[in-house]
Design a protein. Sequence first.
Length: 407
Amino acid sequence: MAKIIGFECSKCGEKRAPQPAPTICPKDGGPLYVRYDLAEVRRVAARDSVRDGPNSMWRYAAVLPDAEPVTLGEGLTPLLPSRKYPNLFIKDDGLNPTGSFKARGMSAAITMLRHYGLKKLAAPSAGNAGGALAAYAAAAGLDAYVFMPADVPLANRLEVEASGAHLTLVDGLISDCGRMVAQRKDKEGWFDVSTLKEPFRVEGKKTMGYEVAEQMEWSLPDAIIYPTGGGVGLIGMWKAFREMEELGWIERGRRPKMICVQSDGCAPIPKALHEGKAASEIWPDAHTLAAGLRVPKAYGDFIILDIVRESSGTAVAVSDDEIMAGVKEMASTEGVFACPEGGAALAAYQHLTQSGFLQSSEQVVLFNTGSGYKYLDVFAKYWGVEGFSPPHRLPASRNLGGIIGPY
């Protein structure tokens, strides 16, 4: 595994010495990147040696922090060639433990937080991150405190409670949940595992980039389509491409166009990109059936926009009807029962090929970030499935006293 030589601020670029349990840059609040001695990694770890590693994301241990992993077998998900669209590949991260790509980030983060001796972790979540935090905290023997909007898909709530985490349901959005964590963490002694408030979830998510490269025989596609809420996966993959270039594992100058997908009911990144802004504005009245895309303002929005621009990519907003049509098409033509966010990615691909931004001859990887089985109540309500009547509002949590209004 790689020895951490320091941390670098994504905003001001200041380099900081290694320290236990890092959070954000104290100067400007910028998210921190983990930095390794990649010259040493290149000297001791050959690219093909990853094939001798485990069938999980920890096969890339040479570029992950040096600590005993907390693992449930996350990563190494299939890259499936589309049966309908030539040169399109579906990276099905719904096959991860806890049913989503969030398992990757939480495996890496909780590995390091346990290594640093922390005991109590907290995070806001639009759904899947909370479930992953609860599961990996349980595996590590740590306490987890999860704050979710009250209308999250039922599976997200149930997996948190089943894992023994402390759940608070909030009558609001993930931004309201985040404020509650920030206001209570010092008093309660929680370490904040929110998106980009610590550097290790990026390390787990970057393994998506390593996997795509390995599965494509150490080359990269022309474009990657990624459903984007907080954007940690997009940021992580871009970091992975930079590292692989420095290691000599991939050819320099051949990175893909990075395409951010959001819902037209919550599209701060496409709006900021097309208005030429460096950061997004808070999206008013955020609403969409794709819970993971209902993020009114991502903490790392400026990083996401930089990556999209640097890669000559773009950002697309699609409607909920298009999202649900994408879910049905992916299931009926590809055999992949995708989450709404995966359906959004397929809808974006269709938009971009129709507009000519992408050509059918270009190799494109589309990410399905979660399993459709975690959204049965959402699909049943939208498709009008008879005999299924989910509650308009979930009953009170048994852990922390029920639904709490905006705080």
